[in-house]
Write a protein that binds this ligand. Structure first.
Ligand SMILES: NC(=O)c1ccc[n+]([C@@H]2O[C@H](COP(=O)([O-])OP(=O)(O)OC[C@H]3O[C@@H](n4cnc5c(N)ncnc54)[C@H](OP(=O)(O)O)[C@@H]3O)[C@@H](O)[C@H]2O)c1
Length: 304
């Protein structure tokens, strides 16, 4: 048993959590694995020079990789998360590389903390240009086993947390007369796995928020976009590792799973690859991209 976000989740549920339900590996003989290229911006210019970017949930995983990527391209990055030690480490990593970053401890389930975080970053850097609302939790449990408390907690993070962040970010974007909001959805917004009722419902709710906000603020030059990752190797994914499995066996298992389940590329993704898509969605020149979702899953949902 292991604890994820307060929910008691068995191994099968954990495997499902990152889309690895059953971890059954069948018919992989002869299947190839696509090359993972070094992720670069694809351009030599620093696309976000002096832009202010605010990110929820950048103490690890996709948020951390995206904070580093924005900072590398010239942005001033303000970010939150609850794990102070990791937050400080990401802040230092960005500063050591010559970038600008500020970590604020904030829990996206708490309105006062979200408002304080947003206002502090906007105050420090003189406004906001881009928001990446990424904080999320993930567990898969069969529906009748989910307690109301667990359901409410997941929704408070994955849905209300995004609502609150946008509620307090939008006035700052309006003051700038425009901006971009990217939120992290999931392929679970398109199709799910057993035990996925809470997680899939939360990510599908984000599609509605992104569409409605695009309509509310489109003419005020605020674009809203959802990024929907497939299976990405982050700490959320690492909870799938069976207790006692050696590093070597775990690596073999991951490679097998990628080949069996990600039809197009034959491997799972890296957080830097999702970050590359977030930056592409937020970059200047994407002025017609709004109210929509970009799936970044290595072709997993393309194959049945
Ligand atoms: N990895 C995947 O396969 C995958 C696939 C599709 C979608 N996603 C989505 O990608 C997003 C990032 O996940 P990840 O894979 O990068 O996992 P991760 O490394 O666990 O990142 C989750 C981030 O969210 C933050 N967070 C969680 N609850 C929070 C709260 N109440 N208040 C503030 N921050 C909170 C965490 O920070 P603290 O713990 O420090 O608070 C952490 O920085 C999530 O929305 C997830 O649903 C992931």
């Amino acid at each position: 048993m292991a604890e994820i976000a307060g929910a008691a989740v068995d191994r099968r549920s954990m495997l499902a959590a990152a889309g690895m339900a059953g971890l059954a590996v069948v018919g992989t003989a002869g299947r190839a694995e696509a090359r993972a290229e070094p992720v670069t911006s694809g351009v030599s210019a620093r696309r976000f020079e002096n832009k202010v970017v605010i990110i929820t949930g950048a103490t690890s995983g996709i948020g951390r990789a995206t904070a580093l990527a924005f900072a590398r391209e010239g942005a001033k990055v303000g970010f939150c998360g609850r794990r102070t030690q990791l937050g400080r480490e990401v802040e230092q990593e960005i500063r050591r590389a010559g970038g600008e970053a500020a970590y604020v401890r904030a829990d996206v389930r708490r309105e006062d903390e979200v408002r304080g975080f947003v206002d502090r970053i906007a105050g420090k850097y003189g406004g906001l240009d881009i928001a990446f609302n990424n904080a999320g939790v993930n567990w898969f449990v069969e529906l009748e086993q989910i307690s109301l408390e667990q359901w409410n907690d997941l929704m408070a993070t994955n849905v209300t947390g995004v609502f609150l962040a946008m509620k307090y970010q939008i006035p700052h974007l309006l003051r700038r007369e425009g901006g971009v909001i990217v939120v992290t959805s999931s392929v679970a917004g398109t199709a799910t796995r057993p035990g996925g009722s809470a997680y899939a419902a939360s990510k599908r709710a984000l599609a509605g928020i992104v569409q409605a906000a695009a309509l509310d603020y489109g003419k005020k030059n605020i674009r809203t976009v959802a990024i929907a990752p497939g299976t990405i190797r982050t700490p959320i994914f690492e909870v799938n590792r069976p207790a006692g499995m050696s590093d070597e066996d775990w690596e073999v298992e991951i490679v097998k799973w990628g080949k069996a389940n990600v039809d197009a590329l034959g491997r799972i993704g890296r957080p830097e690859e999702v970050a590359a898509s977030v930056l592409a969605a937020a970059q200047p020149g994407q002025s017609f991209l709004t109210g929509t979702e970009i799936i970044v899953d290595g072709g997993m949902t393309a194959g049945l």
